[in-house]
Design a binder for this molecule. Structure first.
Ligand code: ADP
Ligand code: MG
Length: 324
């Protein structure tokens, strides 16, 4: 970052996460408008309060379809499509399991296996009936719940980016608790520098720094929300096939892309696929790239066209992509 460049930071806490907006001008009213936009968007999608459009669909599960606004309907349709991909680990009907596990909230413990099995039975994306003509969604089984927690922040980050562009802002960074979106870059440098967190370490400890221009950078890691029981780590990304947290070689997945919604979708999808299969999946998607951090303390890129990376932590090493 050039020393002459003045940056202004604005922050708030929303959706249970810290939100940070960085601008190159002192513009509090713009920051206020951005936070208002985020709040308004969150109100559509949240399942942590009694009222939202998504909650109204969940509350009518097994009873009747609910007519939705265009953005909510569209995001549910996209989430359903991703859930139906072959071997997808993303599942928009994961809600009942997420609520039962309560990972990251007080009182979290491994639920009894029979309860998990019962909830798995109502975790089926095919039971989400979408009707384009009426713009309505119907969950066919009582107890079903849509949870867009894995992708709402990405969708909202894209709306913030659009709004800032509309306001002719050329350089800005928005961090929605792990979803970072950037406009332009810091002058006299390649772009914005975004820290890649060191798993299970101090909050400010970094594995390295990712540099991008005009890109979204989304990280999902098992160290973000978890609890320990009998020496095992139970984290917040659930495997919809088993009902238990995904268990593989990964500590985190970062996606660099134009749309933050893609970042959110692909972090979850690739989590389920792992390094080799996940990278192969991105081979024909040149504008979507992944950085994997593994339990063996390796940092592996699916490809590297749109970002620069500087490794900072000597506990980790950069490794080539293993061959399939
Ligand atoms: P965060 O950025 O808050 O850490 P992520 O983007 O990693 O969140 O998404 C995790 C959230 O997604 C969980 O808290 C839960 O609400 C939801 N979730 C968990 N497992 C799945 C899954 N397999 N498919 C879709 N959503 C999931
Ligand atoms: Mg996500």
């Amino acid at each position: 970052m050039s020393v002459e460049q003045r940056v202004y930071h604005y922050s708030a806490v929303m959706m249970g996460s810290p939100i940070l907006l960085t601008l190159f001008e002192n513009n509090e009213s713009l920051a206020r408008d951005v936070f208002r936009l985020i709040k308004q968007q969150e109100n559509l999608f949240t399942v942590n309060r009694a009222h939202s459009e998504v909650m109204s669909v969940n509350q009518a599960a097994g009873v009747h379809p609910v007519v939705l606004s265009a953005p909510v309907f569209s995001l549910i349709c996209q989430a359903k499509a991703v859930s139906l991909l072959a071997n997808s680990c993303f599942n928009l009907t994961i809600g009942p399991l997420v609520k039962r596990w309560k990972i990251g909230f007080q009182g979290d413990r491994v639920p009894p296996a029979d309860e998990i099995a019962t909830l798995l039975a109502i975790t089926d994306p095919r039971q989400v009936v979408v009707d384009v003509d009426t713009q309505s969604v119907f969950l066919t089984q009582p107890g079903m719940e849509i949870d867009l927690g894995a992708i709402a922040k990405g969708y909202i980050a894209d709306r913030v980016r659009d709004y800032l562009r509309q306001q002719q802002v050329e350089n800005a960074l928005i961090n929605l608790g792990g979803n970072v979106h950037t406009l332009g870059g810091v002058q006299a440098s390649n772009g914005w520098a975004i820290g890649l967190k060191k798993p299970f370490a101090a909050a400010d400890a970094l594995v390295g720094v990712i540099e991008v221009r005009d890109k979204s950078v989304v990280t999902s890691g098992i160290y973000e929300r978890y609890f320990m029981q009998q020496g095992r780590c139970y984290h917040h990304i659930l495997d919809p096939k088993t009902g238990y947290p995904l268990d593989n070689e990964l500590l985190s997945v970062t996606i660099i892309s134009d749309r933050s919604l893609d970042g959110d979708i692909y972090t979850t999808l690739l989590y389920g696929m792992g390094v080799v299969q996940g990278s192969a999946y991105l081979a024909d998607k040149p504008d979507i790239e992944a950085i994997f951090v593994t339990r063996d303390r390796e940092v592996i890129f699916s490809s590297q066209r749109q970002f620069a990376f500087q490794l900072l932590d000597t506990d980790y090493r950069l490794s080539p992509l293993p061959q399939a």
